[in-house]
Design a protein around this ligand. Structure first.
Ligand code: 13P
Length: 364
């Protein structure tokens, strides 16, 4: 069992590849569809996921895809299950198993992720369906007096309970504690909260006897808040999902400097808090513009790769999918162009994971 977990975790970060998060819950997926005038139906969600999993060549850059419960049970038109299409393309299927972040009682502005009840049975079913890894996302907000110690501990505890259950079921847990970008906080505040969050997470993982070699960490990058005053440009380009048209080649030199600052702060925080036994760290994109997310991951690998104990890769959702979704718009005629856009972002991120990404790749 242990060796299978270790091998799966290694495969998830092998060959310069990364993960594709396509596990938006129905409400989140519908929200993104609604913004583009796409019908919010089971069939539209199925058609969109078919577009993604049938993209030719996706397996060259993507090692694993995280699915939502609805999607893991769906098929391509004609009947082939998505899970078989992925496996045939050399992409390991994974599954989001938390049931969402809910208000934490007595803690205004803070959330606790739910989904532990009945999890053992659900994991068993997902394993039988062919999933080999899982994901659970905790969210940590930064504000006046938050995060509280109790919020950090409760979320870390839930992540560790989930991770232990996954390993018992033969699934590699992706442990995702996301410190949110929303707010006025500085990069330094994000660094402090990220480090505190990760310290709590690894204390709890050890407590629950989670095998570190058989898990993947999915953290945020260390970034200033979206409305942090000195980073006004980030506020203008980075809020929400409409901002992806901002191109790296149009950026000013001071913004590019921010890429190195983010890379240094992020990697230094991880070096202080994440045990070397982990095979890999795969970042979420968190609403960053696609090209900036690639540039920042690239800078981390260029500047640190030679001395890192773990692989540093991506597990992006919006920063891979958003351009494709905007091209697709729910129309069959746009499928090919949308697949090209998806493949392009997957390739850019693969290059970033190897430290070989350049802004010129975006002009091809
Ligand atoms: P984003 O890359 O859009 O932040 O999504 C990653 C993810 O899987 C969140 O759980």
């Amino acid at each position: 069992m242990k060796i299978n977990l270790i091998n799966t975790a290694k495969a998830m970060v092998a060959d310069g590849k990364g993960l594709l998060a396509m596990d938006e819950s129905n409400p989140t997926c519908n929200k993104r569809f609604a913004k583009l005038g796409i019908p919010q139906t089971v069939e539209a969600r199925r058609a969109y996921r078919e577009l993604i999993v049938t993209t030719p060549g996706l397996g060259e850059s993507i090692s694993g895809a995280i699915l939502f419960d609805e999607t893991i049970r769906q098929q391509k038109k004609g009947g082939t299950p998505f899970i078989k299409i992925l496996t045939d393309a050399g992409i390991i299927p994974g599954i989001k198993v938390d049931t969402g972040a809910k208000d934490l009682a007595a803690h205004p502005g803070e959330k606790i992720t739910e989904g532990l009840d009945g999890l053992r049975d659900r994991l068993k079913e997902y394993f039988q369906m062919g999933a080999r890894f899982a994901k659970w996302r905790a969210v940590i907000a930064i504000g006046g007096n938050i995060p509280s110690r109790s919020c950090l501990e409760a979320n870390a505890h839930a992540l560790a309970r989930y991770a232990a259950l996954c390993q018992e079921a033969g699934l590699v847990p992706i442990v995702e504690p996301e410190v949110l970008m929303d707010g006025e906080h500085t990069l330094e505040q994000c660094r402090k909260v990220t480090e505190e969050t990760l310290r709590n997470v690894f204390i709890q993982l050890n407590c629950q006897r989670v095998l570190l070699e058989g898990m993947i960490l999915k953290p945020n990058m260390v970034l200033p808040g979206l409305i942090c005053p000195p980073h006004k440009e980030v506020q203008e380009v980075g809020v929400g999902e409409q901002q992806y048209q901002v191109r790296l080649k149009d950026r000013q030199p001071d913004e590019l400097q921010d890429v190195d600052e983010v890379a240094d702060a992020t990697v230094n925080s991880l070096l202080r808090t994440v045990p070397a036994a982990l095979p890999g760290i795969a970042f979420l994109s968190g609403g960053q513009p696609s090209e900036l997310a690639s540039a920042r991951l690239n800078a981390m690998n260029v500047r640190f790769k030679a001395r890192l104990p773990w692989a540093l890769t991506f597990s992006f959702s919006r920063a891979i999918q958003q351009p494709a979704l905007e091209i697709w718009q729910g129309k069959e005629a746009n499928v090919k162009a949308a697949q090209q856009a998806l493949l392009h972002r997957a390739r850019c991120n693969r290059a970033a994971r190897r430290g070989e990404y350049t802004a010129a790749m975006e002009r091809i």
